[in-house]
Design a protein around this ligand. Structure first.
Ligand code: PLP
Length: 385
């Protein structure tokens, strides 16, 4: 990276990979809406040949995200799921993957309903239990994939400890850092080999585009994922790359506000009579609160709470006005969802019971509206229970 790694996070967010355009001086990275590039003569080009392989807007975004996650390279894909799919092309038939038991619902769906047909083996464990990770490892384990905090139970795993177990057995560790963003959590510093994001969430931050990225640490990753982008073609479009670049410029200030409001909303919910339990790593009674304080520099905006039953969740979700009922998270607007019927429906009732995900749980992604309005809205909605 050209960018000086000693510069602060907010400075890198605004400047890394985003030098003024050399041909015009444009301060904002242009959207290079082109499918191909003129070549001066056979074999002579300016580093760009065809837009599936590379595009300057995408290159700028990839440089920026590599700088923020402190990785060696980054590779942008059409969605978070496209990024995970690309990551799994590193595996060969017969390889084994250890995956967190409480990750984004689309991940086990991809593994169990698509990739299992290619001879890959998967074991799901609670990765907050290091002994369980150790026991799940087999001689053919090549990758450990974790999410921390998890979706939607907000369980925190010790990234450094999981990295040590994985590396001790010759496997690599990938961390889905979507919930925290590189602003609050830096998995590569803790030993992760690959950091994955759904840029759809906090990195874009405005709920106006899908995207995914793999940030990597090793030369073989860079070679593999650049090749996979070219071969499989599931790359992020120049316009959506530009949206993420634009979003990332305000990541630091947005995350600060998400975190401040997240803490306020968690405290409000914890003190509310109609709420049975609150899952938020910033609360002192969270089982991994101490680990969260050590490993993260903020607690973020994601909160799950127990209303007691499906009917209670239904009653309150019908009444929200400032909060919008919908899937997804990480936008400037507060989004509220019902994991059992939305993001985690594909897990099935048994799968949800196995990880402790109940029908009464409601998940909230606290936005950056006035926090008093968010709290008043939740208060009036909870009064319907
Ligand atoms: C949304 C999400 C994904 C999937 O990303 P898409 O961009 O929707 O494909 C993966 N992991 C986490 C934690 C997510 O929140």
């Amino acid at each position: 990276m050209k960018e000086n790694p000693n510069r602060g996070f907010a400075t890198r967010a605004i400047h890394a990979g985003q030098e003024p355009d050399p041909s015009t001086g444009a301060v904002a990275v242009p959207i290079f809406a082109t499918s191909t590039y003129v070549q001066e003569e056979i074999g002579k080009n300016r580093g760009y040949e065809y837009a599936r392989v590379s595009n300057p807007t995408r290159t700028r975004l990839e440089e920026n995200l590599a700088a923020l996650e402190e990785g060696a390279s980054a590779h942008a894909f059409a969605s978070g799921m496209a990024a995970i799919t690309a990551m799994l092309t590193m595996m060969k038939s017969g390889d084994h993957i250890v995956c967190g038991s409480n990750v984004y619902g689309g991940v086990p769906r991809l593994f169990n309903q698509v990739l299992v047909n290619y001879g890959l083996q998967f074991t799901y464990v609670d990765t907050s239990d290091i002994g369980a990770v150790e026991r799940a490892i087999r001689p053919n384990t090549k990758l450990v994939h974790i999410e921390t905090p998890t979706n939607p139970l907000m369980t925190v795993s010790d990234i450094a400890a999981v990295a040590k177990v994985a590396h001790g057995h010759g496997a690599e560790l990938s961390v889905d850092n979507t919930f925290m963003s590189p602003y609050f959590q830096k998995p590569i510093r803790l030993g992760a080999d690959i950091v994955m994001h759904s840029t759809t969430k906090f990195l874009n931050g405005h709920s106006d585009g899908l995207g995914g990225v793999l940030v990597c640490t090793k030369p073989h990753h860079k070679e593999t994922f650049a090749f996979v982008q070219k071969c499989t073609g599931g790359i992020l479009s120049p316009f959506e790359c530009w949206l993420v670049l634009r979003g990332v410029k305000t990541l630091a200030v947005r995350m600060e506000q998400h975190d401040r409001s997240g803490r306020r909303v968690a405290e409000f919910l914890e003190s509310h009579k109609k709420v049975k339990k609150v899952f938020y790593p910033g609360l002192r009674d969270h089982p991994q609160h101490e680990l969260a304080k050590r490993q993260m520099t903020g607690f973020g905006a994601m909160i799950t709470f127990e209303t007691g039953s499906f009917e209670n969740a239904q009653k309150m979700l019908r009444k929200v006005r400032v909060c919008s009922l919908g899937e997804s998270l990480g936008g400037v607007e507060t989004l509220i969802s019902h994991p059992a019927t939305m993001t985690h429906a594909a897990l099935g009732a048994e799968g949800r019971a196995a990880i402790g995900l109940t029908d009464g749980m409601v998940r909230i992604s606290v936005g950056i509206e006035d926090v008093e309005d968010i709290i008043a809205d939740l208060d009036q909605a909870l009064s319907a229970i």
